[in-house]
Unconditional design. Structure first.
Length: 399
């Protein structure tokens, strides 16, 4: 072969000059996004995203439980065309994925929730705006496109709850997601050790860490102060807002509090934080439309079981009455396939969207979603399945 013939065989790739795009192109898995996010964020911010409660046993269980579920493929099936779309809460979605609610999102990237909402709209999946978001629910609604969901806590000030419900309805949100596993905040010890404050204080440790990540500081300084944007009526600045929110968590909430919220909302209503068949039945009796099997990513009570383990129990109890969703610990398309096979309608993603956001803003979130989609498509094809609706327990075997 002549030198000219060898040159003709070479694929010359144009150098990627845009920093974010170059970094994203090197991220081939969610684990790659996480590793890159770790390098780009100050330690306190990364640990806020990545950490969990106490010894973080629940968080590790969320991941290890997937290893106990083996996939069982069928071969010589026509898998030339694969359908990943499904219907969630009466609306068609391009993927069986929902971007879940996250707090302090603008600490991760200055575009924060707006970038995530736009990424969800671009990929045709729902986004869940958080009560403790750093962008107002109205601004998020304007940035994305339906169907969007709004996440809510039952706070001591029931009037504030009603106000948030009304604001979400007026802004056009389709579903209300009530988080029920936070009567008190979990003990996130990484945050305590790091001395995390909102907004970040300019202590010596913070300055030293920030000096190695000037891009993050530049993004923080060029945007407005990070605070809870949905409760800006509180006087006294970000710290006063933080203290107000801390007092609002209500340890006296019971199932009796759900009924008035279901009635006040008047649309699809989801309870997030269910781990047992008994609680799932209580949710059904309260008149909700769906439950999310969730342990808050291991960030509340440590030493609880993995959500993919609890999923079977919940589906068997209420799967004929309610839509069952699930979150916590999902990092691969095969994880999603396993959850769907166990009976989940869709999976909520939390940390993966924030890893992507830290690496590349909206494009990074889209990259995270695309990785899940590509892996899920490949998993279905290798399983011999052509539609996510065909996934059932016949494709699974417990070790």
């Amino acid at each position: 072969m002549t030198p000219a013939e060898m040159v003709a065989l070479l694929r010359v790739q144009r150098p990627e000059l845009d920093g974010d795009r170059r970094r994203l192109a090197r991220c081939h898995t969610v684990a790659d996004l996480r590793a890159t996010a770790r390098r780009r964020l100050p330690r306190a911010v990364f640990d806020y995203v990545d950490g969990a409660a106490e010894d973080e046993v629940s968080m590790r269980r969320n991941r290890s439980a997937f290893d106990e579920l083996e996939l069982v493929p069928s071969v010589l099936c026509d898998v030339g065309e694969v359908e990943l779309g499904t219907e969630v809460l009466g609306a068609r979605t391009a993927l069986p994925l929902v971007l879940g609610p996250t707090g302090f999102t603008r600490m991760v990237h200055p575009d924060g929730e707006l970038a995530v909402a736009r990424a969800a709209a671009a990929r045709g999946i729902p986004y869940t705006a958080a009560t403790l978001g750093t962008t107002s629910l109205e601004d998020i609604a304007a940035a994305g496109s339906p169907p969007q969901w709004f996440q809510l806590y039952v706070w001591r000030d029931r009037g504030l709850c009603k106000e948030l419900i009304n604001r979400a309805r007026e802004a056009g949100y389709r579903a209300l997601v009530l988080t029920v596993d936070t009567p008190v905040p979990g003990a996130r010890e990484r945050d305590l050790r790091n001395g995390l404050t909102i907004p970040p204080e300019l202590g010596l440790r913070t300055l030293a860490d920030g000096a190695r990540r000037p891009h993050w500081w530049w993004g923080l300084f060029r945007s407005e102060a990070v605070t809870f944007a949905n409760v800006r009526h509180v006087a006294g600045g970000p710290q006063a807002v933080m203290e107000f929110v801390g007092r609002q968590f209500d340890p006296t909430v019971t199932w009796d509090d759900i009924a008035w919220m279901v009635e006040a909302w008047g649309g699809p209503f989801v309870v997030k934080g269910v781990l047992t068949a008994a609680d799932a039945r209580r949710a059904a009796a309260a008149g909700v439309d769906a439950v999310v099997v969730s342990n808050h990513g291991g960030r509340q009570l440590d030493h609880v079981g993995a959500t993919v383990t609890a999923l079977t129990e919940v589906v068997d109890a209420v799967g004929d009455e309610l839509e069952v969703l699930v979150d916590s610990g999902f990092r691969r398309g095969t994880d999603v396939a396993k959850a769907l096979a166990l009976g989940a309608r869709a999976v909520l993603l939390g940390r993966p969207q924030l890893y992507g956001l830290a690496v590349g803003g909206q494009a990074g979130v889209e990259r995270a979603v695309d990785l899940f989609a590509a892996e899920l498509r490949r998993a279905l094809q290798l399983l011999g399945v052509t539609d996510v609706a065909q996934l059932d327990r016949s494709v699974l075997r417990r070790r």
